[in-house]
Each structure stands twice: as structure tokens, then as C-alpha cells.
Design a binder for this molecule. Sequence first.
Ligand code: ZN
Length: 68
Amino acid sequence: MTTAKQPLDDKCPRCGEPFHCGAAEPRCDCFDINLSAALRQSLAVQYSSCLCIACLKALQTANSGHAK
Ligand SMILES: [Zn+2]
């Protein structure tokens, strides 16, 4: 029996949606998300695990609104 390529083995601590994080793999969708160092730091403090892509994109959009 083969397992799925990307099992939804993680759960987003922000929205509770199941997702797969590839941060420990060569390739993760979050590599496309450009978060500021300050935002990454605050996320690390707030959450002990990765967030789903939807939340990362939402944070990226919200954060880039006034920082440019
Ligand atoms: Zn999420």
C-alpha cells in the first residue's frame, strides 16, 4: 500500500485546518511565501508549529499592506 505523497499530517495552529508542511523536505509551498524576519519571529513566539499556506498568505498580505 502506498501512502499519499503529501499526507495532511499537520494541523494549522491558527485556523485548525489540516495541511502538510514540507519544511523538513527539499521543497515546501511556504518557500514561496516571503515573510519579514519580524513577522517570522512573532509567529515563532505565538505558534509552536508551522502554519498552513492559506494563513501564511493571509499574514503576508496583511503585513505587506503598510510596510512598503
Ligand atoms: Zn491556517
